[in-house]
Structure formats: C-alpha cells, structure tokens
Ligand binder design. Sequence first.
Ligand SMILES: *[C@@H]1O[C@H](CO)[C@@H](O)[C@H](O)[C@H]1NC(C)=O
Ligand SMILES: *[C@@H]1O[C@H](CO)[C@@H](O)[C@H](O)[C@H]1NC(C)=O
Ligand SMILES: *[C@@H]1O[C@H](CO)[C@@H](O)[C@H](O)[C@H]1NC(C)=O
Ligand SMILES: *[C@@H]1O[C@H](CO)[C@@H](O)[C@H](O)[C@H]1NC(C)=O
Ligand SMILES: *[C@@H]1O[C@H](CO)[C@@H](O)[C@H](O)[C@H]1NC(C)=O
Ligand SMILES: *[C@@H]1O[C@H](CO)[C@@H](O)[C@H](O)[C@H]1NC(C)=O
Ligand SMILES: *[C@@H]1O[C@H](CO)[C@@H](O)[C@H](O)[C@H]1NC(C)=O
Ligand SMILES: *[C@@H]1O[C@H](CO)[C@@H](O)[C@H](O)[C@H]1NC(C)=O
Length: 570
Amino acid sequence: MEDDKIQFMCWRAILTMLVLAMICSSGNGTICPAPCQCQNDILRTLCASASLEFVPIQLNPELHELDLSNNRIVHIHFSFPFYEKLVTLNLSNNRIKSIGNSNFNSQKNLTHLDLSNNQIENLTKDSLKGLKALVHLDLSNNSLEEINSGAFRELHSLTVIKLCGNKLVHLEESLFRAVKNLRELYLNDNQFLEVPTAALSDTVQLQYLALSRNLILSVEDGDMANLPELNTLLLDSNVISELHPDGLSSLVTLDHLDLSDNNLTAVPTIPLDKLSSLTTLRLSGNFISHIPHVAFRGLFHLRILKIDCLETLEQIDSRAFIDNINLEEVHMDYNVRIEKLPTRLFHGNPKVKFISVRYNNLQTLEAIHFPVDQLHELRVGGNPLNCNCSLGWLWHLIQKYKSNPLKLNETVHVENKKTKINTSDLILDIGDITCVGPEGLSSQLLADATRSQLDCSVGWMAAISVTLTLIFSLLVIGGVVYCAPKHRSRTNKKELSEIEETLRRNMPSSHSRKNEPYEPSQIEKYVISSPSMIDKEYRSLPPWDPYGASSVNMYEQLNENGVRPHIVYV
Ligand SMILES: *[C@@H]1O[C@H](CO)[C@@H](O)[C@H](O)[C@H]1NC(C)=O
Ligand SMILES: *[C@@H]1O[C@H](CO)[C@@H](O)[C@H](O)[C@H]1NC(C)=O
Ligand SMILES: *[C@@H]1O[C@H](CO)[C@@H](O)[C@H](O)[C@H]1NC(C)=O
Ligand SMILES: *[C@@H]1O[C@H](CO)[C@@H](O)[C@H](O)[C@H]1NC(C)=O
Ligand SMILES: *[C@@H]1O[C@H](CO)[C@@H](O)[C@H](O)[C@H]1NC(C)=O
Ligand SMILES: *[C@@H]1O[C@H](CO)[C@@H](O)[C@H](O)[C@H]1NC(C)=O
Ligand SMILES: *[C@@H]1O[C@H](CO)[C@@H](O)[C@H](O)[C@H]1NC(C)=O
Ligand SMILES: *[C@@H]1O[C@H](CO)[C@@H](O)[C@H](O)[C@H]1NC(C)=O
C-alpha cells in the first residue's frame, strides 16, 4: 500500500518536473538547481550539502558523475532512470532507509556507488539489480541486519565492498558467489560472533579482509581456508581467546595481520608459524604474560612487530625474536610490568632500526640491550629510570643528539653535488627520558643532568685499562695493517683515528680524579672499551645464534656495511 502511494507521489513529482523543465529549459534542455554546481563540460553535477529532500530529476541526462552527499534525501524510488550514463553516484550522508527494488536498473555503467552513512536496514534480492559494472560499493554506516543471499548476484565487476558499521551478525553462504573479483571486504564494526566462513568460501581473490571490532571469539580450523591471495587480515578488537593451530595456516601470502586488543593469553606461535610472508604483526593489547623462546617461529620476513600495552606481560625470553632475522621495528610501549629487558634480546636481528620501550617499568637500561650502532630511532621515555652511572652511555647519546639533532633532508655539498642526508644518526625521545632517582636527579630530564651528577668516577685502574686497551688496539690494528692487503689498510687507519678520538674525548676526567678509589661500574666498561675488547666480551658468551653465526659479533657485522664507525658510542 505505502509503496503504491510513494510511487504515485513520485510520478506526480516527475510529471511536474518535466513540465517545469519544458517551461524553464535552457538551451540544452536541462536545469541546474540553485544549490548545485553543474559542470556540463565534464558531465559532472555537484549537489553536496544542498539541503535537497529529493533527487533532482531534471539534470543533464548525459551526466557521468552526480554528487548528492550530505542532503536530506529519504526516498530514491524512480529517481535514476533519467541518468543512464552515470559512472559515479554519491548518496552518502542522507536519510535513506530503503533503497527498494530495481532502482539502479538502468545504471549499466555505474562503477562507484556510495550509500554510506544512511539508515538502510536491508538489501533485497533486487535492491542492486542491474549494476553490472559496479566496482566500488560503499554501504558503511547503515543499519543493515540482513542481506539477501542474491543481493549481489549481478555485481560481477565488484572488487571493493564496504559493509562496515552495520548490525550484521551473519552472511548468507552464497552471498558472494557471483562476485568473483572481490578484492577488498570491509566487515569491521558489526556484530559477528564468528568468522563468516561460508560466505568467504567464494571470495578466492580476496586480498584485504577487515573484521575488526566485532565479537569474534575464536578462529577455527577452515575459517580462512579459501583465501589464497589474502594480503591483509584485520581481526583486532574482538574477543578472540583461541586460535586453532590451523585456523590461519592456509594464508601463505598474508603480509599484515592485526590481532591487537583481543583476549589472547599466550603468543599464538603455532597458529602463526606457517605465515611465511608476514611482514607486520600486531599483538598489542592482549593478556599475554610471557613471550617465550622463539615466540615468532618461522616468521622470517617479519619487519614490524607491535607488542604494546600487554598489561600482564612480565617476562620476555632473550631469544624471543631470534627467528625474525628481518625485523626492523619493534614497538613495546606500555608494557607496565616489564622491569628488565633481557640482555641480548635484539642480537639475532641485524636489521633492527627502530626500538620503542616507552612507559615500561624499566629502572635501568644497558647499552648491550640495544644494537645502538644500527638503530635509527630509540625511544625509551616514560620509564622510572635510576639515573646512575649505568646510564652513562645513554647520557652520552643524548648529549650527542642535543648537539646535532635530526634535521631531515638537510642538503649538503658532497663533491660538488647536492645530497640530502640526515645529520643525526639516532633519534631519541629525549624530552620524555626522565629520572626517578637517585636523589638530586628525581623528576629531571636525563638530558639536563651533568656529567658529574651521573657520578661516573673513573679511577686509576680505569686509566690503566684505557692505556692497556689503547696499546692492545694499536697492536691489533697494527697487526692487521701489517698483514692486510693494501686496499684494506686505509679503512683500518680511519677506524683507528676514530677510536682514538673517541677515547681522547672520554679521557680527561680520568686524569683529574686519579686518586679516587676504583669502583668498577658499567659505564667504565663502555667508556673505555675499545671495539676489540667488546668483541672479546661477546665472543666469550655462549653461542646463541641458531644460524651458526654464534661467534660473530653484532657490531662487527654492522661495520661491514660501512654504515657507521666501528665504535660503541657512550
Ligand atoms: C557505457 O559505456 C560504454 C563504453 O564507454 C559506452 O559505449 C556505452 O554507450 C555506455 N552506456 C550507456 C548506457 O551510457
Ligand atoms: C561521497 O561524498 C562524501 C562526502 O562528501 C565523501 O567523503 C566521499 O568520499 C564521496 N564518495 C565517493 C565515492 O566519492
Ligand atoms: C526491508 O526494509 C524495509 C524498510 O525498512 C521494510 O519495509 C521491508 O519489510 C524490509 N524487508 C525485509 C525482507 O526485511
Ligand atoms: C562511520 O561512522 C563513524 C562514527 O560515526 C565515523 O567515525 C566513520 O568515519 C564513518 N565511516 C564512514 C566510511 O563514513
Ligand atoms: C575478554 O577480556 C576482557 C577484559 O579482561 C574481559 O572483560 C572479557 O570478559 C573477556 N571476554 C571473553 C569472552 O573472554
Ligand atoms: C644503577 O641503578 C640500577 C637500577 O636501580 C642498578 O641495577 C644498578 O646496579 C645501578 N648501577 C650502579 C653502578 O650503581
Ligand atoms: C625528504 O626527502 C624525501 C625525498 O626527497 C621526501 O620523500 C620526504 O618527504 C622528505 N622528508 C622531509 C621530512 O622533508
Ligand atoms: C633519515 O632518517 C629517517 C628516519 O629515521 C630514515 O627513514 C631515512 O631513511 C634516513 N635517510 C637517510 C638518507 O639516511
């Protein structure tokens, strides 16, 4: 009944408009309503935010693009038969409750249809009938609870469909049967309790699947069985507490996996270990208490790992990341129970460039925690640091950074050519690195501490060690220079002078305090250690590298790239 009434009203409106059109028609027989912008040369009409309550029907029938977004349109019945040549139609942000049946039947060339931010409650078998060229369909932010299993049966060209922000609980098994080219499917912000496996069995070309912010409890065996090209899978903000060992195992092309903000209580090592193409993994905001030995097994291509906000995390095994030889970025912020980092945590990761451990509960940090030579960015702010001698190395890095902060793309002249380089090697979040102790430094920035406040007394034994070390390095390097072929000797000389310079910079205090009692401390080790000593130190450690590189020191490897001098800055 109601539909008939609407139909009648619509036809009356159409007739009125046609009459009006005949009366007022300009040269080409069309009218451009005042709030619209009609760009007839490019067949585009923009009526966004024009307070329209109806679709204007007297526009140029040759139109390719029509923007009706941000209006007050409620009905679209019988509105579009006039615009058969539309390619893009935007009805976003209106008040449409139903798109009815066959209202787009003549839009054979429509490729983009935006129906987002309306109040559409259901799609029937014929709601989208005729849209054979449709590529992008946006139905996000509506009130869809139900989609007829045949709703997409004519949408053979569809590659992107956004159904996010609806009230979907379930998708019919054959919903995507005709949509063979579907590449991106947005199902986030709905009410799914489980992965809609049956519907996903037809989407074999899918590359992007968003299921974020639903109510999914687990990923079962076979849930993702028919997604051989999937690249990105977003499962964040569900309540997943269980991943079946084979739940994800068929996703061999998966590049990006987000499992943040779920209810996982352990690192899902086995469910992930077949994802050999994975480069980005997010596990932040779960209830993981322990990151064990080889937690990310088999993820050889992993580059970015996010394990922030694990409020129950207490322990990280020093070999947790050893399989991840391509790891570049590790985010470990807000793991508020972490009091200590294992010493060699990153030593299986020769490519790591970015480490963030902000707002943990770390009281001290040691230079050997981080491959400082290699890093581009180290973020350690917000920890309750005890700024004693042990942090001398960090203080030195900070002073260096302060005197030469990062200026991206600074243009310098190199051999008459303009080259863009970064002027600082390592970015530090120095504004957030504050001290909790000792007294006198509490709630001060470490950057503002003076050398003497860090109490880095270097005693006479240290002076002797420096001398011995220097002699030792000279001998070693001299030997190398003597034995090595000519072309290598130049490098070594350069290295030597750099080492000497570093040592000279760190020497003066030791002379002035010759008579103070010697207290061996961490800082001395790094202030006075020459690379060769550090080499020895590492070499004496038990083997840890599963790839047989156990005796090769990190710094030595890095130096081969010639990126930075062979020195641990302190
Ligand atoms: C659709 O596009 C094709 C190719 O651009 C064109 O030949 C055809 O006339 C168009 N159809 C309509 C109804 O505009
Ligand atoms: C439709 O219009 C909205 C609001 O103006 C805009 O955000 C959206 O990108 C448009 N959609 C398309 C497909 O152009
Ligand atoms: C679809 O929604 C319209 C408008 O809310 C309603 O009249 C109609 O009964 C619904 N159809 C189905 C199959 O639920
Ligand atoms: C859907 O609505 C939410 C909240 O109102 C908004 O943040 C989001 O941008 C909307 N999405 C689209 C595609 O318009
Ligand atoms: C998931 O974790 C939250 C936060 O601890 C908890 O409130 C909720 O009950 C858990 N849900 C399930 C299904 O385990
Ligand atoms: C510095 O403080 C840390 C943490 O309180 C402590 O573990 C370390 O032994 C201290 N170092 C020295 C040299 O006192
Ligand atoms: C630096 O230069 C690169 C390429 O020239 C450019 O892509 C980048 O945006 C620049 N970054 C900044 C911070 O200017
Ligand atoms: C400069 O530093 C930025 C940020 O760390 C890095 O992404 C970029 O590759 C660096 N550029 C050069 C030329 O070193």
